[in-house]
Ligand binder design. Structure first.
Ligand code: ADP
Ligand code: MG
Length: 823
C-alpha cells in the first residue's frame, strides 16, 4: 500500500510540475498579448487604407468600362476588404467576450447573460433543473462513501473502526468546477516555491492590467471572484505597485473578522518582504498594528466605521476596498451607505467592493449600477455526500466522520466547520483522544483548531504544509468559509450549523444561537474542497434537509441585531434622519426605534433625538453604549480603576476560566475561590486584581485554572480603554474596596438589563420575559431579589450570563427618568 502511495505521490508531483510549467508559459503569453494588440491595430489601419482606396477607385471608375484585368483586381481588393472586415468583427467578438467578464450591469439585466449563468452555476444555487437532477441522482446512485476505493481500503477500514462507529453517506450531487478533475495532489511543491511564483499563479494575476484599468476608469468597481483567487491579498498590492499610495495616501481593506484581518495582513507583509506594522499593517478593535508608514491597512469593517469619526471624508485614503461584502455584516452594510455618500464628494476616491460569487448584482445596483469585474474561478468539481438519516449529535458524528475519511480516503487535508470555540476545542480534544487510542493503527492526523480567540502563532499553524505521510484536519468556524484559504484541502465536513445572532425588537433581547446555515453558506463550504484538486464534501445532514430546511441565503446581520452602537455612531457623524439612511437592506423599523429609545434612556440622546454631550463621549469609546455608559458613570462613583477592569474582563468573552476534563473538581474549586458577595462582575474584578498582584504571571494563571491568554488580552483592552479616559473626561480613581460604588456604576450602564425574582422565577423588569441565571454564575445558588445581567444567551433556556446583585433603590438613583418609584 505504501509503495502505491509513493507512486501516487510522485505522479502528483509530476503533474504539479507540469501545471506549473504551463503557468510559467503564460507569462510570455501575456507579453505576447500586447504585441498582438499592436498587430491588430496595424491590421485595422491597413483595412481603413484599403477601404479608402476602394472607395476612391469606385468613385473614379464607377461609370467607366473596366478592363478584365482591372475588374479582377477590384474584385480581389473587395475580397480582401471583406476578409479584413470579418477579421475585425472576430476581434470585436473577442472583446465582447472579455466584457462579459467585465460588464456593465445593464447588459445582464435584460437577458441573463453568461456571467449571470456562471454565478448560478458556481455557487451551486439549485435551480429547478438542478433539483430535479439531484433527485434523480439520489434515487439512482446509492454509492456508499468510500466505495470507489473499496478494493484497497475496505479491509483496513474494518480493522480500525467498528461497524457501528461509522456513518453512512450517500453521494448525491456534484458541485461543478471549471477545471477537469484530477487526482488529489499534495501541495508541498508549491509551498517550496518562491512566494512571487505563488503570487503569479493566483487566478487574479492574469487580469492585473485589466483590473487596474477598470479601477482607473471607474470610481466604484464591484469585484467578484471565487474564494482564494487573490482578491484580498493581491489587489491592494497591485494598487500599491501602481502608485495609489503615493503622496502619503493610504489604502484600506476591510474584513468582517478580526482573525482574517490579522492573518491576511501578515501574509501580505511577508509577500512584500516588509515587517508587519510598517508598510502593511492591521487594525482591529483594541489592537492597532500600524504605524505612520502603514499604507496598506487591513482592518475590521468596524474599525473603518470608527475612522469616519476622526476623518468623515476619509481624506487620507485613496482607495477603500470593502472586502467579503457578501457576508453582509452590520458594519459592512453601514459602510456601504457612508462610502457611497463620501464617494460623491470625493471623485478621486476609489471604491472597491469585493465579494465571493454571490449577490454582486445587488451591490452594483446599490452603487448606481457600478460595473462588475469578474475574476474567472479556478475550481475543481466537488462530489457532495449526504447522510442517509439525520445525525442526532453532530459533534460526535463529526469526530467519527473525520476518522472515517482519514482511514478510507486518499491523501488530502480535511476542513471541518463548527460553530464556535467551545465546540472546536471539544472536537479537537475528542479527535486527539481517539487518535491516541488507535495509536499506530492509523497514520498521523494533525488536528488544528482555528477561531477568533486563538493566539496568532497557533493561527499561523494551519497554513504550514502537512508533513508527508500525515494528514491535517483543520477544525474551523465560519472564518474558513470565505475569509481564509487553506491550501491542500480536499475534504470538507459540514455539519450544517453556524452561530447566529438574533434579535427580538419587541423585547430587546439579543441572543446568540446555533442555527442551520444557509444553502449559500453550505455551497461556499463545499467549494473549499475543490481548490487544489477534485474534492469531496460530506454533509452531516440529509439531502432532503438541504432542499427543504435550509434557507437560500443568510439574513443580513442588520436585520437581526440590536442597533444601539451603530445608531450612536451615525448620530455622532451628524446623520440624524436614520429612517432615510441609504441602507442596502433597511433594518426593521422597531429595531431602529428601540435603539433610539435605549440611547435616550442612557442619556446619549435628548428628547429631540439629538446627541448629548454624554452621548458624544459614549461614541468615543469603542464599546457597546451600555458599557460606555458604565465607564462614564465611574467618574461619579469614583471607581474608574475598577470599572475599567470589569469592562476589560467583560470584553474577553467568557473565556477566563478553563476546566480540563481530568481536573474538573480542582478547576471548579479554584473558580469558587474567587467568588465575592455581589456577583460575577466582582468575581472578574477579583481575578484580574489577584493576577495583577502576581505580576501578571502565567504560572499564577496555570495554578488557578485561569486562561493566561484571555487575561493578557484583558490587560491590553484595559490599557487601551485607560488611554481613552482623558478624551471622555473621566479621571482615574479607585473605590478602595467599597464595592457598592462599583456595583452602582455598573447599574448606571445596565439598568436596561435587569431582572427580578418573582414567584415563578426571574423576569426581566421591562419586558416580563422569563429568564434564568446561568449555572456558571456565582449567584446560581443564591437567587437574589434584584439583579442585572451582562448578556442573555439562549441555549436550552434563556440564560443570563454575568449577573450582579443590585438593590431596586439604585435604579431610581441611576436612572430616575426610566424607573419611577412605585412600590
Ligand atoms: P481571496 O481574497 O480571493 O479569497 P486571498 O487573497 O485571501 O484570496 O488568497 C490568495 C491566496 O493566498 C490563497 O491561495 C491562499 O492560500 C494564500 N494565503 C492567504 N493567506 C495566507 C496565509 N496567511 N498563509 C499562507 N497562504 C495564504
Ligand atoms: Mg478574501
Amino acid at each position: 500500500l505504501e509503495r502505491s502511495d509513493k507512486k501516487a505521490y510522485e505522479e502528483a508531483q509530476k503533474r504539479l510540475k507540469m501545471a506549473e510549467e504551463d503557468r510559467k508559459a503564460m507569462v510570455p503569453e501575456l507579453r505576447k498579448k500586447s504585441r498582438r494588440e499592436y498587430l491588430a491595430k496595424r491590421e485595422r489601419e491597413k483595412l481603413e487604407d484599403l477601404e479608402a482606396e476602394l472607395a476612391d477607385e469606385e468613385f473614379l471608375f464607377g461609370d467607366v468600362e473596366l478592363s478584365r484585368h482591372e475588374r479582377q483586381e477590384l474584385k480581389y481588393k473587395r475580397r480582401v476588404r471583406d476578409l479584413a472586415r470579418e477579421y475585425r468583427a472576430a476581434g470585436e467578438q473577442e472583446k465582447l467576450e472579455a466584457t462579459n467578464r467585465y460588464h456593465m450591469p445593464k447588459e445582464t439585466r435584460g437577458q441573463p447573460a453568461r456571467a449571470v449563468d456562471l454565478v448560478e452555476e458556481e455557487s451551486g444555487a439549485p435551480g429547478e433543473e438542478q433539483r430535479r437532477w439531484e433527485e434523480a441522482r439520489l434515487g439512482a446512485a446509492s454509492l456508499k462513501f468510500g466505495a470507489r476505493d473499496a478494493a484497497s481500503q475496505e479491509p483496513k477500514y474494518q480493522l480500525v473502526l467498528e461497524e457501528e462507529e461509522t456513518i453512512e453517506f450517500v453521494r448525491a450531487t456534484q458541485l461543478q468546477g471549471d477545471e477537469p478533475s484530477a487526482p488529489p495532489t499534495s501541495t508541498q511543491a508549491q509551498q517550496k516555491e518562491s512566494i512571487q511564483a505563488v503570487r503569479r499563479s493566483l487566478p487574479v494575476f492574469p487580469f492585473r492590467e485589466e483590473l487596474l484599468a477598470a479601477i482607473a476608469n471607474h470610481q466604484v468597481l464591484i469585484i467578484e471572484g471565487e474564494t482564494g483567487s487573490g482578491k484580498t491579498t493581491q489587489i491592494p498590492q497591485y494598487l500599491f505597485e501602481e502608485g495609489y499610495t503615493n503622496k502619503g495616501m493610504k489604502i484600506a481593506c476591510t474584513q468582517p473578522r478580526r482573525v482574517a484581518a490579522m492573518s491576511v495582513a501578515a501574509r501580505v507583509a511577508r509577500e512584500m518582504g516588509v515587517k508587519l506594522g510598517n508598510e502593511v499593517g492591521y487594525s482591529i478593535r483594541f489592537e492597532d498594528c500600524t504605524s505612520e508608514r502603514t499604507v496598506l491597512r487591513y482592518m475590521t469593517d468596524g474599525m473603518l466605521l470608527r475612522e469616519f469619526l476622526s476623518e468623515p471624508d476619509l481624506a487620507s485614503y485613496s482607495v477603500v476596498m470593502v472586502d467579503e461584502a457578501h457576508e453582509r455584516t452590520l458594519h459592512t452594510d453601514i459602510l456601504f451607505g457612508l462610502i457611497k455618500d463620501v464617494a460623491r464628494f470625493r471623485p478621486e476616491l476609489k471604491v472597491l467592493v469585493a465579494s465571493a460569487t454571490m449577490d454582486t448584482a445587488r451591490f452594483s445596483t446599490f452603487f448606481d449600477d457600478a460595473p462588475v469585474f469578474r475574476i474567472p474561478g479556478r475550481r475543481f468539481p466537488v462530489d457532495i455526500f449526504y447522510t442517509k438519516a439525520p445525525e442526532a449529535d453532530y459533534l460526535e458524528a463529526c469526530v467519527v466522520s473525520v476518522l472515517q475519511i482519514h482511514v478510507t480516503q486518499p491523501p488530502g487535508d480535511i476542513l471541518v466547520f463548527l460553530t464556535g470555540q467551545e465546540e472546536i476545542e471539544a472536537a479537537c480534544e475528542m479527535l486527539q483522544d481517539r487518535c491516541r487510542r488507535l495509536g499506530s493503527k492509523i497514520r498521523e492526523l494533525l488536528v488544528l483548531p482555528i477561531y477568533a480567540n486563538l493566539p496568532s502563532d497557533m493561527q499561523a499553524r494551519i497554513f504550514q504544509p502537512t508533513p508527508p505521510g500525515a494528514r491535517k484536519v483543520v477544525v474551523a468556524t465560519n472564518i474558513a468559509e470565505t475569509s481564509l484559504t487553506i491550501e491542500g484541502i480536499i475534504y470538507v465536513l459540514d455539519p450544517g450549523f453556524c452561530k447566529q445572532k438574533s434579535y427580538n425588537p419587541r423585547t430587546g433581547m439579543e441572543s446568540l444561537t446555533v442555527t442551520p446555515c444557509s444553502k449559500a453558506s453550505a455551497n461556499q463550504r463545499a467549494g473549499r474542497a475543490g481548490r487544489v484538486a477534485a474534492g469531496k464534501c460530506f454533509r452531516l445532514y440529509t439531502a432532503w434537509a438541504y432542499q427543504h430546511e435550509l434557507e437560500e441565503t443568510t439574513v443580513p446581520e442588520i436585520q437581526r441585531t440590536s442597533l444601539g452602537n451603530v445608531v450612536l455612531l451615525l448620530k455622532s457623524l451628524g446623520i440624524h434622519d436614520l429612517m432615510h439612511f441609504d441602507f442596502l437592506d433597511p433594518p426593521p423599523y422597531e429595531t431602529l426605534l428601540l435603539a433610539l429609545e435605549q440611547l435616550y434612556a442612557l442619556g446619549a440622546l435628548n428628547h429631540l433625538g439629538e446627541l448629548t454631550t454624554s452621548g458624544r463621549k459614549m461614541a468615543e469609546l469603542p464599546v457597546d453604549p451600555m458599557l460606555s455608559k458604565m465607564i462614564l458613570a465611574s467618574e461619579k462613583y469614583s471607581c474608574s480603576e475598577e470599572i475599567l477592569t470589569v469592562a476589560a474582563m467583560l470584553s474577553v468573552n467568557n473565556s477566563i476560566f478553563y476546566r480540563p476534563k481530568d481536573k474538573v473538581v480542582h478547576a471548579d474549586n479554584a473558580r469558587v475561590n474567587f467568588f465575592l458577595p455581589g456577583g460575577d462582575h466582582l468575581v472578574l474584578l477579583n481575578v484580574y486584581t489577584q493576577w495583577a498582584e502576581s505580576g501578571y504571571s502565567s504560572q499564577w494563571c496555570y495554578e488557578n485554572f485561569v486562561q493566561f491568554r484571555s487575561m493578557r488580552r484583558a490587560r491590553d483592552v484595559r490599557e487601551q480603554l485607560e488611554g481613552l479616559l482623558e478624551r471622555v473626561e473621566v479621571g482615574l480613581s479607585s473605590c478602595q474596596g467599597d464595592y457598592i460604588r462599583v456595583r452602582k456604576a455598573i447599574t448606571a450602564g445596565y439598568f436596561y438589563h435587569t431582572a427580578r425574582l418573582t414567584r415563578s422565577g426571574y423576569r426581566t423588569v421591562k419586558q416580563q420575559q422569563t429568564v434564568f441565571i446561568h449555572p456558571n454564575s456565582s449567584l446560581f445558588e443564591q437567587q437574589p431579589r434584584w439583579l442585572l445581567y451582562h448578556e442573555l444567551v439562549l441555549t436550552t433556556k434563556e440564560f443570563m450570563r454575568q449577573v450582579l446583585e443590585i438593590e431596586s433603590s439604585w435604579l431610581l438613583e441611576v436612572a430616575p427618568h426610566y424607573y419611577k418609584a412605585k412600590e
